[in-house]
Ligand binder design. Structure first.
Ligand code: SF4
Length: 558
């Protein structure tokens, strides 16, 4: 059956109402208003797959205000919703039972002047500012595929609504629309599905290094009075991450009795049972964490991936009719694990580029490539270039990583090497038997039992993310070959998806049709849209596609 689709034409289409996409819209309107009529106001449309702007926005989150100050100098007068200014700031190295506090904080880890925020609140507030300057934001509207015409990006096709699990139209079927635009700005966040499509089809990674990721898992708690000072920031490294792996923990005092705790785990782990959610729960068992959170109440949960590859892993940022900004393009300071200020700056640079394109009425790569020149001449490039080798420096483990980062500090970011060859995360996973022979059973065994009072299983945590999806729709986790999952992957790797997914979407269950065998079973409605599976699956047979708009987490206070 050929589906008739409506076509809607706008001048500029932005996919994603996070800090990058919203900054783009806000700055572009300002530039046009200041142009004294030289450039007329285009029609700008921002779409977002979440049920409201900010529903899918999650971050640590300590925010460097450099970006928002530049975008909106009166941001505080406009009611910028921060929780607290950062107060006491400390860094600990953890062993299983003890902790060593760094006597002083290395300069890059200073957080003085930064804000503890909830990113979903900040995104919601930014959306209000953007709507106030006249831009329409359409939540619950997911981009499903890129429209590419004559080699140029011409817009996106939105998700079909009202399909059953087999993909047949139900009585409420509404076909997705073609949204066509002179420029499409991809601001989808980490490992966006349209960005992935653009990178693959338009060869945007040619000559670049692969992106590498962490998966961060976070809970927000109400804790007993007096356990943490307002604005207090604690960062940790060491246990429970083994020395050869990458990651660490954080605790933020959000003010009063509210506190955030989280753990970020590198997906370049050799462990086929690498489980960011489990490591996070273990982290909470450490005495340093326990004495803050025990006796409190967990309120919210979320998970997201973090693009950690750095400057050399950023894709080409432009194509005919398209720009990529924010986390989607890897605008993240991998040393400080901060990206919100860079996402805002990337939105501003894109706005200046599109402003130029509107003036010339030229939306081809010839003009849009100036996005890269603007980036290269900005403080964002300076910041990212100074930490360009930070993540790669940890490829040989924690000790060499610390040595490397020390040398990077005195060599302007070069360190012991420059632009080391890196590999996609999934290529680091070792076959289960080899891994156990090297590390022992204990590294893959899940010894901690969750009590669902202080430590939580994945399903209980997912409940606290507010995640909802229409159950009767095609799976948005598309497995290209179940046979690989049920045979090769089960035998060789022990199905890592069961472990790395922080929302228990993937389970191996007894196969009633093949007694004695197990098969992969999916529960897509649990998905918190972190994209870990699309990144970390060793056979790359899992593809994350956008589900019906409005599905996914409904973050509050995250
Ligand atoms: Fe993340 Fe994939 Fe699990 Fe969804 S299914 S929560 S994207 S790992």
């Amino acid at each position: 059956m050929e589906i008739q689709r409506e076509t809607l034409e706008v001048d500029i289409l932005v996919v994603g109402a996070g800090p990058a996409g919203l900054s783009f819209g806000y700055h572009l309107v300002n530039l046009i208003n200041q142009s004294g009529g030289k450039v007329s106001m285009p029609e700008i449309m921002i779409i977002d797959k979440g049920s409201y702007a900010g529903a899918h926005a999650l971050s640590g989150a300590v925010m460097n205000p450099k970006g928002i100050k530049e975008l909106m100098p009166d941001f505080l007068d406009k009611g910028f919703p921060y929780e607290k200014e950062v107060g006491p700031d400390s860094l600990y190295y953890l062993t299983e039972k003890s902790s060593i506090k760094f006597p002083f904080l290395p300069k890059p880890f200073h957080n003085t002047g930064n804000y503890i925020i909830s990113l979903n609140k900040v995104a919601g507030w930014m959306a209000e500012q953007v709507e106030a300057v006249g831009i329409n934001i359409f939540p619950s509207t997911g981009g499903f595929e890129l429209l590419i015409e004559d080699g140029a990006v011409a817009g996106v096709r939105t998700v079909d609504l009202g399909l059953d699990k087999e993909g047949h139209p139900k009585s409420n079927f509404e076909p997705g629309s073609y949204l066509k635009a002179k420029v499409t700005v991809l601001a989808e966040g980490v490992h966006g599905s349209l960005t992935k499509e653009a990178i693959e089809k338009l060869n945007l990674r040619d000559g670049k290094l692969p992106q590498n990721y962490l998966t961060g898992v976070k809970e927000v708690w109400e804790i007993p009075e007096g356990r943490l000072r307002d604005g207090e920031v604690i960062h940790t490294f060491g246990w429970p991450q083994p020395g050869e792996e990458y990651g660490g923990g954080f605790i933020y005092g959000m003010g009063g009795k509210m506190a955030a705790v989280g753990y970020a785990v590198g997906l370049s782990s050799p462990n086929p049972a690498n489980d960011p959610h489990y490591k996070f729960q273990l982290f909470k068992m450490h005495p340093l964490v326990r004495r803050i959170f025990e006796g409190g109440t967990m309120l919210h949960y979320g998970a997201k991936t973090i693009p950690e590859g750095g400057y050399y892993a950023m894709p080409r940022l432009y194509h005919d009719g398209m720009l990529i900004i924010g986390d989607a393009a890897g605008f993240l300071d991998s040393q400080r694990l901060k990206g919100i200020h860079l996402a805002i700056k990337s939105g501003m640079l894109a706005a200046e580029t599109v402003f130029e394109a509107l003036g010339k009425n030229d939306f081809s790569a010839k003009t849009l490539r100036n996005m890269e020149d603007r980036f290269e001449n900005s403080w964002a490039k300076e910041e990212l270039f100074a930490v360009r080798n930070f993540h790669a420096g940890f490829d040989d483990g924690l000790f060499m990583g610390l040595v490397n980062s020390g040398v990077q500090m005195i060599t302007g970011g070069r360190g012991l090497f420059d632009r080391a060859v890196t590999h996609p995360d999934y290529m680091h996973i070792m076959p289960l038997k080899e891994y156990i022979a090297r590390k022992g059973e204990d590294d893959v065994r899940k010894a901690l039992k969750f009590d669902n009072k202080y430590t939580f299983d994945k399903l209980t945590d997912v409940y606290h993310s507010g995640t909802k999806h229409e159950e009767e729709q095609p799976s948005h986790l598309v497995i290209s070959d179940y046979d690989i999952c049920n045979t090769k992957c089960a035998e060789t790797f022990g199905n890592p998806c069961q472990h790395f997914c922080p929302a228990q979407v993937y389970e191996m269950v007894d196969d009633p049709d093949n007694p004695g065998k197990r098969k992969l079973q999916l529960t897509p409605s649990n998905c918190v849209h972190c994209k870990t599976c699309d990144i970390a699956d060793p056979y790359q047979v899992i593809k994350w596609v956008t589900p019906e708009g409005g599905g996914g987490p409904n973050y509050t206070n995250m």
